[in-house]
Each structure stands twice: as C-alpha cells, then as structure tokens.
Design a binder for this molecule. Structure first.
Ligand code: HPA
Length: 256
C-alpha cells in the first residue's frame, strides 16, 4: 500500500512498525518540500499485516514545481510496488454543516489547477493518452474507508474536492463560485496525483481533514498556522481511521 501524508498529518508515521526512513534529499529527482508541516521523508514499514510505503510531505504546484514533478512521488510508489495508494490532505470546508476537524472522503474532484500532469508526450507503455476519470476514486477503496472509519467509531463525510492553485487562499467570492459548482471542500493538492495514478491504473483513494471553514464562511481570516494547528488536533482520529483504511485496503488489493 502507498500512503501520502498531507499538511500536519505526519503523525500517521507513528502507526508504522519496523519503519525504515529515507530523506527525500537521498532520492534522485524527488522534488524538495518547503512547506511547514511537511516532513519530506519516505518510510516503509507495517501497519498490522499491511506493508506500507509512506510519503510524508508532498510537493505542490505553487512551490514552482512542474506538474510532472509534483506526481514524481506517487509514480515512485507505484514503481516500488504499491498496488493501491491512499492520499491525504488538509482542506477548507465549503459544504454547510462541515466543522473544523471533520474528515471527508473524496468521491470526485473538480480540477481548477489550470494544469494536468499528463500534458506532453504520452508513453503508451505507462498508460493511455486519454484517461477515463469516471471513477477516479476507487469504489472499493472508498468502501474500505467508510468501514475503516466505522471500525474506529469516527464518522466521516463524503464529497467533492475542488483543487485550486494557491498559494493564496481563495476569496469569499471564489468560495461562493466553488459552492455553486458543487464543491464540498477546497485544497491545493491531491488532484494531480489522482490523475497520475489513474493513468497508471493504480487504484487511489483520498481523505481530507477539514482544517478550516473556507474563506468567508468562518469568523476570521485564514492562516497556515490555523490549518496546521487544526490538522494537529485531529491527527489522532485521522491516523486511526487511516490505519484501519490501510489494513482494509491491503486485504482487498494486496492479500494473498
Ligand atoms: N483553501 C485551500 N487550501 C486549503 C484550505 C483552504 O481553505 N485549507 C487547507 N488547505
């Protein structure tokens, strides 16, 4: 199983037993991560019986990375043998009723990044030119997430994630627009990785931690400190859900 940990969600690495860790610096072509709260380490270890490769911290487009370098990490996980990948992120809540600390399983996305990691020449050996995203978020992995959350007694929402380029947060007018478009949460990552994994034919699932109400929906202004703090506060619940999700997904895709 491959796992990618987003902003402030690095605590999950404590769920890994017998973990071996490597800094991104030691991996050729791996883009550096510069954002506070992102670790920049590849770990491999076990959660129960599940063998896990875990990327702690990801590269974003807003750091100046090209779309293809942003997906280098998940392509690496696939090359190293991950048969399914679970992505996590911090996101702003848009849907009425979402609270800070809620978890949302991503069922679909809206790509407003203005870029796609598959732009450019296509290598047919890797995947098709035109990738179907009708079920971009693997149905069996989604079921495993819902069951995994039940196992640990945490309720989770399901919804649509809108990816915006950042790094500035959205304006309240942009959030009203995203709401009209059908988005339930907003963030600045994940979508390129989902596209690249669909291209490779690797099943992918994604879970958001709602770290703030999106611009104009909460009381105050937005800050990365608030996002990181909220992620840290939810990190215990988040890591327990993720651990069960990993184990259940492993049984589905990696069981012998
Ligand atoms: N907007 C975009 N990205 C985010 C947000 C947000 O409100 N919160 C965490 N990541």
């Amino acid at each position: 199983m491959g796992v990618v940990l987003g902003s402030g969600l690095g605590q999950f690495s404590h769920e890994l037993s017998a973990a071996v860790t490597m800094d991104y610096e030691a991996i050729p072509h791996m883009p550096r991560v510069s954002v506070a709260g992102h670790g920049g380490k590849l770990s491999w270890g076990q959660v129960g019986k599940a063998h896990v490769l875990c990327l702690q911290g990801r590269a974003h487009l807003y750091e100046g990375n090209s779309p293809s370098s942003v997906v280098f990490g998940v392509r690496l996980l696939a090359q190293l043998g991950a048969r399914a990948v679970l992505l996590t992120n911090a996101a702003g809540g848009i849907r009425a009723g979402f609270s800070v600390g809620d978890l949302m399983l991503i069922r679909d996305h809206i790509n407003l990044l203005g870029s796609n990691p598959l732009t450019g020449a296509n290598d047919e050996e890797i995947g098709p030119r035109f990738v179907d995203l009708t079920q971009a978020y693997d149905v069996r992995l989604c079921e495993a997430a819902l069951r995994g959350a039940l196992d640990v007694g945490v309720s989770i929402h399901e919804g649509v994630y809108a990816a915006m380029p950042g790094p500035s947060y959205e304006t309240p007018a942009e959030i009203r627009m995203l709401k009209m478009l059908g988005a339930d949460a907003v963030g600045m990552s994940t979508v390129p990785e989902v596209i690249a994994l669909n291209h490779l034919g690797v099943p992918v699932g994604a879970l958001s931690c709602i770290t703030n109400l999106a611009a104009g929906l909460g009381k105050g202004r937005l800050s990365h400190e608030e996002v990181a703090q909220a992620a840290a506060q939810s990190s215990d619940r988040f890591r327990h859900v993720l651990a069960r999700w990993v184990e259940r997904s492993y049984e589905i895709y990696c069981g012998r």
